[in-house]
Design a protein around this ligand. Structure first.
Ligand SMILES: NC(=O)c1ccc[n+]([C@@H]2O[C@H](COP(=O)([O-])OP(=O)(O)OC[C@H]3O[C@@H](n4cnc5c(N)ncnc54)[C@H](O)[C@@H]3O)[C@@H](O)[C@H]2O)c1
Length: 252
C-alpha cells in the first residue's frame, strides 16, 4: 500500500486501459479520481469490486476538449483533496483520417484532448506537488510514435507533444521532487480493437504478433504495472523516460 493517503487522477479513466490503471493505483492504496467524459458506470463497477483497504475511486465527469474548464475543475479538486500526488494523462481520441481529410478544427480538438489537457492539468497540480516536494506525472504515449503510422497524423503528433512534455517537465520539475515519465503501450486488446477490426481481427492480430518479439498479446494490466513501477520508489532515479510496453515491437 505504497500510495496510502495519496490521491491520483487518471484521465480517460473509464476506457480500455484507464480502468486497469485506476484499479492498480487504488490497489496500491491511492484514492483515485477517475476523470472521463463518459463511463460513470465503469467507475462505479470498479468501486464495487475493490477489496477492503484499497483506495477509493470516484468518477469525475469532465470534457478535456475544453482544457481551460478542465484545468479549473482540477484546481478545485486539487484544493479539495489537499493536493493531487499522481497525475496520469491517459485520455486520447484517435480519428483515423488522411491528412487532407480533416479540417484544422478537428486537428485542434485532438491536440486539446490528447496533449493540451495534459499541460493544463499539470499546471493545476504542480503547485501543490512542489509544496509537498513529491509528485508523479505520467503521460500515456503510443507505439505509433515510433513509426509514424498512416492516417494517424493528428493522433501521432499529439503523442509527440506528450513525449516532449515528459522530457521538458522532467528537467524543470526534478529539483522539486517531481518525476515525469511516459509509458508507450503497444497494441493492447480492448473492446475498441474488436469493434475497429471486426472481421479482420485475426489478420490484425497476426500482424501484431509477427512484429512483436514476444509472441503473445499484452493486457491493460501490463500498462497499469508499468505505471505503478514508474510512480513507485523503485523508480526513484528514473525521470524523463518513455517506457515502451509493446512486447518488443520497437527497440530503442
Ligand atoms: N489500447 C491500445 O492498444 C493503445 C495503444 C497505444 C496507446 N494507447 C493509449 O492509451 C490510452 C488509453 O487508450 P485506450 O485503449 O484505453 O482507449 P479508449 O478509447 O478505450 O479510452 C480513452 C478514454 O478517453 C476518454 N476520452 C475521450 N475523449 C475525452 C474527452 N474529451 N474528455 C475526457 N475523456 C475523454 C474516453 O471516454 C475513453 O474512456 C490513450 O492515450 C491511447 O492513445 C492505447
Amino acid at each position: 500500500m505504497e500510495h496510502k493517503g495519496r490521491t491520483a487522477l487518471v484521465t480517460g479513466a473509464t476506457g480500455g486501459l484507464g480502468v486497469a490503471e485506476s484499479k492498480g493505483l487504488a490497489l496500491a492504496g491511492a484514492n483515485v479520481l477517475m476523470l472521463d467524459v463518459k463511463g460513470r458506470e465503469a467507475a462505479e463497477a470498479l468501486a464495487g469490486e475493490l477489496p477492503e483497504g484499497a483506495g477509493a475511486v470516484r468518477f469525475v465527469g469532465c470534457d478535456l476538449a475544453d482544457p481551460e474548464a478542465a484545468q479549473d475543475l482540477v484546481r478545485l479538486l486539487d484544493a479539495e483533496v489537499g493536493g493531487i500526488d499522481i497525475l496520469v494523462n491517459n485520455a486520447a481520441i484517435n480519428p483515423l483520417k488522411p491528412v487532407d481529410g480533416y479540417d484544422l478544427a478537428e486537428w485542434r480538438k485532438v491536440q486539446d484532448v490528447n496533449a493540451t489537457s495534459a499541460v493544463a492539468l499539470a499546471q493545476a497540480v504542480v503547485p501543490s506537488m512542489k509544496k509537498k516536494g513529491w509528485g508523479q506525472i505520467i503521460q500515456i504515449c503510443s507505439v505509433t510514435l515510433n513509426g509514424g503510422w498512416s492516417d494517424f497524423t493528428s493522433y501521432v503528433s499529439s503523442k509527440g507533444t506528450l513525449l516532449a512534455l515528459t522530457r521538458s517537465l522532467a528537467r524543470e520539475l526534478g529539483q522539486f521532487g517531481i518525476r515525469v515519465n511516459a509509458v508507450s503501450p503497444g497494441a493492447i486488446p480492448t473492446a475498441l480493437e474488436k469493434e475497429v477490426w471486426a472481421d479482420q481481427l485475426e489478420t490484425y492480430v497476426k500482424f501484431l504478433v509477427d512484429h512483436q518479439a514476444l509472441k503473445y498479446r499484452g493486457s491493460p494490466e501490463d500498462i497499469a504495472e508499468a505505471i505503478l513501477f514508474l510512480v513507485s520508489d523503485k523508480a526513484r532515479f528514473i525521470t524523463g523516460q518513455n517506457l515502451s510496453v509493446d512486447g518488443g515491437w520497437w527497440m530503442h
